[in-house]
Write a new protein. Structure first.
Lengths: 334, 246
């Protein structure tokens, strides 16, 4: 049986997202999907879902929803805290709410985006093999648009065994949650302003001073920042090679340098191809940190090698699969 | 019938760079060129027919082919090398050593009906005046050409095409339009293109096609793909409306 919520207040920008739409890049369909893949995956894991299950991506706070049926949900991210009956709800933990519960997102000055997972995932049609919303072309997610007041969202009817066991343990007439939680902090570096990068193919197009400046100066997230990309303000870079880059594939995390020497970090909804030279790409493990940045935040870049970035990625994946295993072991029935 | 025209430079390793932890890019050349396009199209097809474990998708562009993969599957594969970059590169170089046969990929030909001028092509006169032509001459030249799709990029279904007659070259608008309707056919510099979605844009709009250039309900949502050969056919408003009703 599916679970149901209704949106009371949608907040600034709330969309259904999953881990992205990869198969249609050659037709210029962007990856889209969640900005903070780590928070999305942890929210899913906490309710026994698979990583690909769709979540709601909330931007900042000032949103609320009502459980129309009993629901098993979990949230993660830094855009907001969830509150129920004036009680702060723990993140990265399965939460069982009885029907009629009203849950509010209240301000959290740390970051930008928060993910709400439900057992079975949010049930919206697959468009090109993904449930992600792409607003520019108005497809995917909930009717191709951002969530609005009074929208009713349902969960998928098929839920994982682990989700069933969690639900069985928590089901009650009032709010319940277990004593365990996933430690998101242990997966994130303490220094969230330090973004690790791998230098890109066109690095030799920039003069030495600019490369040093890129790796030592701070940059501030500009107001022109959204799901497509972040403009950074800081010292412009100088190119020594002035030739044109013929449009070629790009991906989220890539840092382009515009004609005026400014940096743009490409994010989830970025175009599939670009013609600006690239100075670096953000290490995949640090992309979730970027997803939580907001205008005015200051960051700096530190260089790592391609192999280090890959090793960090594989290590993160090992940690995440251990979390999945640990959760199912808690509930396995022998 | 196949005619052998050579190899993918069997003895020279491909030029490959890492784009992210999940992608690498092969550089096949340095300039926009029809032969390079067919080489990239052929290589792409060969790779998709002979994928390595973990291959997700590929993105062809003017001079490059980018390969997206799942690092975990690549690491579990028995491809030689320590890291994903080496493993994927090893597979791509193996593909490059495959004997190349001519006409591996036969270009699809697409005829795009266009209703030129009036409300659909408000800049037709600008293009004509810029080039000292009449509006009819602009339409004649535009429909006489054969265009080749180099790549799809910018927005879903947008084809970067080559082959426009330079007699139609017109600079882009200084102030872009806030809204250009889907299906609008435009000219910017030496390029011509079709807007698949309603987006802002600075191209000179000469007409509109009733075809859906991008439709999520089709198995191939983008009507055009890299390597396609395109011609434009002038249609009147009545024919346009007939198409639009389908």
């Amino acid at each position: 049986m599916s679970m149901k919520i209704s949106i009371i207040k949608p907040g600034l920008l709330s969309t259904i997202q999953d881990i992205g739409r990869y198969r249609y890049l050659s037709q210029a369909v962007p990856v889209s999907g969640v900005m903070d893949e780590l928070a999305h995956r942890l929210a899913n894991k906490a309710v026994g879902n698979d990583d690909h299950h769709a979540t709601i991506e909330f931007t900042y706070a000032d949103a609320s929803f009502k459980a129309e049926t009993p629901i098993l949900v979990s949230y993660s991210g830094d855009g907001a805290c969830m509150v129920y009956n004036n009680e702060l709800m723990p993140a990265e933990k399965p939460l069982f709410f009885p029907a009629g519960s009203v849950i509010k997102l209240i301000s959290n000055t740390i970051g930008t985006r928060t993910y709400l997972a439900i057992a079975g995932g949010w049930d919206v049609p697959d468009i090109m093999e993904s449930k992600s919303t792409y607003l520019t072309a108005a497809f995917g997610g909930f009717k191709g648009r951002a969530l609005q007041k009074a929208d009713v969202l349902t969960s998928g009817t098929v839920i994982n065994e682990v989700s069933k066991w969690i639900l069985e343990q928590l089901i009650d007439r009032s709010l319940t949650y277990p004593n365990w939680r996933i430690s998101r902090e242990s997966l994130l570096p303490e220094q969230r302003q330090a973004i690790r990068v791998v230098l890109a193919n066109e690095i030799s197009w920039f003069d030495a001073t600019s490369i040093i400046s890129f790796l030592t100066n701070s940059y501030t997230i500009d107001r022109r920042s959204n799901r497509m990309g972040y403009h950074l303000s800081g010292k412009p870079l100088v190119r020594k090679v002035k030739k044109e880059l013929l449009s070629t594939a790009v991906a989220p995390g890539i840092i382009q340098v515009t004609g005026s020497g400014d940096l743009v970090i490409l994010m989830a909804d970025c175009q599939t191809t670009g013609g600006y030279p690239r100075i670096a790409h953000v290490a995949a493990v640090d992309l979730p940190l970027c997803a939580q940045l907001k205008p005015g935040d200051t960051i700096h870049f530190s260089e790592i090698s391609r192999d280090e970035a890959e090793e960090l990625y594989l290590e993160r994946e090992r940690d995440l699969s251990l979390i999945t295993m640990a959760i199912s072991l808690k509930y396995i029935k022998t | 019938m196949t005619e052998q025209v050579g190899y993918f430079e069997a003895d020279i390793p491909l030029k490959i760079y890492g784009l992210s932890e999940k992608s690498v890019t092969i550089t096949f050349g340095t300039a926009i060129d029809n032969d390079l396009l067919s080489l990239i199209t052929d290589f792409n097809q060969l790779l998709l027919q002979n994928p390595f474990s973990g291959l997700i998708t590929t993105v062809p562009a003017y001079t490059t082919l980018t390969v997206f993969f799942d690092p975990l599957s690549v690491m579990l594969s028995d491809l030689p090398g320590e890291a994903c970059f080496e493993k994927v590169s090893a597979h791509l170089n193996k593909i490059a050593q495959t004997k190349r046969e001519k006409s591996r990929v036969v270009a699809d030909k697409r005829v795009i009906p266009v209703c030129y001028g009036s409300d659909f092509g408000q800049d037709l006169l600008t293009v004509a005046r810029t080039n000292n032509l009449t509006e009819t001459e602009v339409i004649d030249i535009h429909t006489a050409g054969q265009y080749i799709v180099f790549m799809i990029g910018f927005v879903p279904g947008f084809a970067y095409m080559g082959g426009m007659d330079i007699r139609l070259s017109t600079p882009r608008k200084e102030v872009p339009n806030a809204k250009i309707p889907a299906g609008s056919v435009g000219i910017a510099g030496n390029q011509t293109g079709i807007y698949p979605l309603e987006t802002p844009g600075g191209w000179q709009i000469v007409g509109k096609t009733p075809l859906k250039m991008f439709d999520v309900n089709r198995s191939q949502p983008s009507l055009l793909k890299g390597g396609d050969l395109v011609t434009f056919k002038a249609i009147g408003i009545n024919e346009f409306n007939t198409y639009a009703e389908i």
